[in-house]
Design a protein around this ligand. Sequence first.
Ligand code: ZN
Length: 143
Amino acid sequence: MRKARALTENQLVKLEKQLIKDQDSLIFNDVYDEEFNLKDEERSDEIDQANASVSNAQRLRFRNRETFYKKKIGQALKRFEEKRFGMCEECEEPIGYKRLSARPTADLCILCKEESEREEDASIFGSQSKSFGKKLDSAAAQA
Ligand SMILES: [Zn+2]
């Protein structure tokens, strides 16, 4: 198995900058979100309630994702402080620059990540196996 190389000083600086930039752009989104809320309140009775609740749900989902991402960035920056950035949380091998430049919040190496995704897939498949089976049945009936 080919191991990723540990990050160089230059690469570390680059990734830390990228994380801080990402963090700043999320703060901007918060302001944007508040503007959205104001506009909602300004609207009058002709507002389509169904549409409003859909966009609220979308906004909530977006905000949840953002909050999650913000947390990930905070954790990544903390790993910088603790000099653990770029190391897999699971096996403590280097994560590798290529993976980190695409996803600077990554805290697992690709092997451990794939492993954890396989486990997730397995549990999703387990909980959905009933409807999945039905889909397979109807596909077979159409064939
Ligand atoms: Zn690992």
